[in-house]
Ligand binder design. Structure first.
Ligand SMILES: Nc1ncnc2c1ncn2[C@@H]1O[C@H](COP(=O)(O)OP(=O)(O)OP(=O)(O)O)[C@@H](O)[C@H]1O
Ligand SMILES: [Mg+2]
Length: 286
């Protein structure tokens, strides 16, 4: 059974698998201490769909316990790179890769790595909200149930905790049995975030998570992201440069499938090493 919910494969309304995320041990102190070390590493990663290389020779160390923003023009390969981190491209027609991706030093394609277990460690929130066709409550705890991470009695407390964390409890606390599809788009996205957080991933991948949200919901998600580190490692794709500056510690700039620059966010924005980056962050990209 897969627990992953890829909207490209199973959009809202399909009887879907559960979100990806992870069980960690108690990393609070450990992660805080290890913050800055590498958790996820792409090593000379080249990825193609059919004859076309979409990512070329990407080498990237994602630091543990910080927020990394992935920037780049449309079509530069941001989503593809993010999806690779929890092996969501594996079944795409024509997909192949060279190079490697390591999680805690081990290849994510190692035969001993179970996909389900990888996706418990590396969770993902998609650009479009993808609630499952089940109640609000069941959505939040879907992953917890699938991975048998809590007793039946503990599920309600987990739902409440996660819905409160994402700022949705006041709006939905009295209608947990309702369908999520009556929620607004922004509320649906917050629900999906609650679901992703409920299994406590080690790494959380966010693909333009606020692009369908209003400024208030966007602000609350940004604030929430900051509270997740250093407990979690977050990689966020965004087209919103101001958001990248506000929310990230590290910034990666991709262009046409190449990694152009990776550095501290302030440095990348204020003193980029590459001309291409300067054009992009200066808003002068053609
Ligand atoms: N399943 C697929 N089959 C073939 N080509 C694909 C597939 N998925 C992505 N691509 C191609 O790979 C390239 C990178 O796409 P990707 O979605 O990663 O870009 P992106 O940087 O996320 O863009 P955007 O900012 O518009 O979301 C594009 O040229 C896209 O057409
Ligand atoms: Mg994309």
């Amino acid at each position: 059974m897969s627990i992953e919910a890829d909207p490209a494969e199973s959009g809202p309304g399909t009887a879907g698998p559960v979100t990806s995320t992870a069980v960690r041990g108690d990393l609070t102190g450990e992660a805080a201490m290890a913050s800055g070390s590498t958790t996820l590493r792409a090593v000379d990663l080249t990825l193609s769909f059919g004859p076309r290389a979409v990512l070329s020779n990407i080498s990237l160390d994602v630091q543990q316990g910080v927020v990394t923003a992935l920037l780049g023009p449309t079509g530069s390969g941001k989503t593809t790179l993010l999806r690779t981190f929890n092996r969501m491209n594996d079944k795409v027609t024509g997909y192949r890769h060279a190079g490697d991706v390591l999680l805690d030093g081990r290849s994510i394609w190692h035969p001993g790595v179970e996909l389900m277990s990888l996706r418990r460690k590396v969770g993902m929130l998609f650009q479009r909200p993808n609630p499952f066709p089940m109640s609000i409550m069941d959505n939040v705890v879907a992953g917890v149930r699938a991975h048998r991470l809590a007793s039946r009695n503990g599920l309600k407390a987990i739902a409440r905790q996660r819905l409160t964390e994402v700022g949705l409890w006041d709006a939905v606390g009295d209608r947990l049995k309702d369908s999520p599809f009556r929620l607004s788009g922004g509320q649906q996205q917050l629900l999906c975030l609650a679901r992703a957080l409920a299994i406590e991933p080690q790494v959380l991948l966010l693909d333009e998570p606020t692009s369908s949200l209003d400024p208030v919901a966007t602000e609350s998600i940004e604030a929430l992201i900051r509270t997740l580190v250093p407990r979690l490692t977050v990689v966020i794709v965004t087209h919103n440069l101001a958001q990248a500056r506000r929310v990230s510690d590290r910034t990666v700039f991709l262009n046409q499938g190449r990694l152009v620059e990776h550095g501290d966010t302030q440095q990348v924005f204020e003193n980029p090493a590459q001309e291409e980056t300067a054009h992009y962050v200066g808003g002068r990209f053609g």
